[in-house]
Design a protein around this ligand. Structure first.
Ligand code: 6LW
Length: 498
């Protein structure tokens, strides 16, 4: 069959996967968003459904002081002796930790800290031993992929942290994962930074602690030499073996907005690339070491159809799965119902790295029509296309002394301006509509059935190239302005991709 990449669209970076019986599970970085670390499952590697989050309680993750793109970095998901483990870093606190669960559809444990620095922690289990790896500096001052053995019940180190591999020479050696395949140990990593030079590299050895010999043709996967190709920045991934024994790489990458438009605003997405072992025990990846927009493969049967959900509404999404908050939300400010949401604004605006009243869903594709009806009693409420507090476009209703107005506000770094306003007198409700293309957002308001274009803005100013950071655009519904009661009601939300 032919499948298309990305297999998961939108801001789901740093994927890590494991397989238990006939099901694959996948987790991602979540940074300042809560709940933390979304979990997806699949039976066939190409159709994925979200089933929960690993970090659902404040006791598991401290996000209060986390800047945008700080907080929860790249996780690793592993399964050992009937138990799932998810290890990650709170980069803001510089703390590596893991949580566990015996039921992946339920709650996870409180965090168990590990006293080894660096980011992108990994766990490898063998014969009752647990090895913990991250990229950082070891107990002897040597940098690289750093490893120690830990007691899995407590996280206590049983051995000093020791650097086991320095990579192939690229900058930002990260995302280590250790595996045993065909009797040998393979150490997978990413290098080059999570931008256009990103790549996957690996080494192998005869022991889980090394020494490791680098693959001579590293990088095994990169799109960095494919100029004018929509898929870029492929790297950071995890190997997974399918039901038939084939190996695959689930990894991140991004889609730039056009063939030569080197901007991406949807974040880093999930790609599936086939891995092929040679007789010498070294493996290659994808098409001549690159990832493609689609792969023709006989590893997945023709009867499997790659499905894609094109329409997201209040009714067909789950508040606990599809939607997310900035840092720790004050839950009393949200009234979530099957067909509407009521929000209570506070004095915290979208301009600050805090927790404004905001509930968001990731923008998953370039071409979309996003719409929602909003009614307001005080303050301001609407839709924000949110990359971070300094890079976002707001389309909202706002109360002023004489009545109400619609505003389209563009925030690009230090340039903050209300670009367009339209007074609507005493009318306190409107339909807000955003039409999205790869390169532009068009902002409309509809009052009494009449649609008016307020303005247009380029997507590139919300891109990672402009905003920096590690996230992608999230479509947020928000309310601001202190109010005794809920000051905004949102109904008829839809985001339809084409
Ligand atoms: C992550 C690092 C990376 O920790 O980006 O692409 C960082 N790779 O491995 C944040 O997602």
């Amino acid at each position: 069959m032919k499948y298309n990449n990305p297999v998961i669209k939108g801001f789901y970076p740093d994927p890590s996967a494991c397989k238990v019986e006939d099901t694959y599970y996948l987790v991602y970085s979540s940074f300042q968003y809560f709940p933390g670390v979304p979990i997806f499952e699949s039976k066939d590697l190409i159709n994925w459904t979200q089933i929960g989050h690993c970090l659902t309680r404040k006791s598991q993750v401290q996000l209060d002081t986390v800047d945008s793109s700080g907080g929860v970095f790249a996780p690793t998901l592993r399964y050992n002796n009937g138990r799932f483990y998810m290890t990650t870093t709170n980069d803001t606190l510089r703390q590596n930790f893991y949580v566990w669960t015996d039921n992946i559809y339920g709650e996870w444990s409180d965090p168990i800290n590990v006293d080894q620095g660096g980011i992108d922690p990994d766990l490898y289990f063998e014969d009752g031993k647990a090895f913990f790896m991250s990229n950082g500096i070891d107990d002897y001052g040597v940098s690289g992929i750093v490893q120690c053995e830990i007691e899995i019940e407590t996280g206590h180190k049983l051995t000093p942290s020791r650097s086991i591999w320095q990579g192939s020479g690229g900058r930002y050696l990260e995302s280590p994962h250790l595996y045993k395949m065909n009797g040998r140990y393979y150490l997978l990593a990413a290098e080059g930074g999570t931008e256009y030079g990103h790549m996957v590299t690996y080494a192998r050895g005869d022991s889980p602690t090394g020494p490791f010999e680098a693959y001579t043709h590293n990088p095994v996967l990169t799109n960095r030499n494919l100029g004018g190709y929509e898929l870029q920045g492929v790297g950071h991934g995890d190997l997974i073996q399918d039901h038939d024994g084939n190996w695959w790489l689930l990894h991140l990458g991004f889609r730039q907005t056009g063939q030569y438009l080197t901007y991406h605003h949807l974040g880093r997405e999930v790609f599936l690339t086939p891995i092929t072992f040679g007789d010498d025990g070294w493996f290659t990846a994808g098409h001549e070491g690159t990832t493609l927009l689609s792969f023709e493969t006989d590893r997945i049967t023709d009867t499997i159809v790659q499905q894609e959900k094109k329409e997201f509404t209040f009714e067909n999404t789950d508040w606990n799965l599809d939607w997310c908050y900035l840092r720790h939300p004050v839950t009393a400010n949200y009234q979530l119902e099957a067909d509407k949401v009521k929000l209570k604004g506070t004095s915290i605006t979208l301009d600050v790295p805090a927790s404004p009243t905001f509930i968001g869903i990731r923008q998953k594709d370039f071409n979309a029509i996003i719409s929602c009806e909003v009614s307001l009693t005080s303050g301001e409420a609407g839709i924000t296309l949110y990359m971070d507090e300094n890079h976002r476009y707001d389309l909202a209703l706002r109360k002023h002394l004489e009545g109400y107005e619609i505003i389209e506000r563009l925030n690009i770094g230090d340039i903050k301006s209300i670009e367009h306003t339209k007074s609507i007198g005493q009318c306190n409700h409107a339909a807000l509509i955003i039409k999205s293309t790869p390169t532009h957002y068009h902002f409309y308001a509809q009052i009494d059935g009449i649609e008016t274009l307020l303005g247009t803005a380029q997507t590139k100013y919300l891109s990672s190239e402009i905003a920096g950071g590690f996230t992608g655009v999230v479509i947020g519904l928000y309310a601001t302005g202190e109010s005794q009661d809920f000051n905004a009601t949102f109904t008829n939300f839809s985001c339809i991709y084409s």
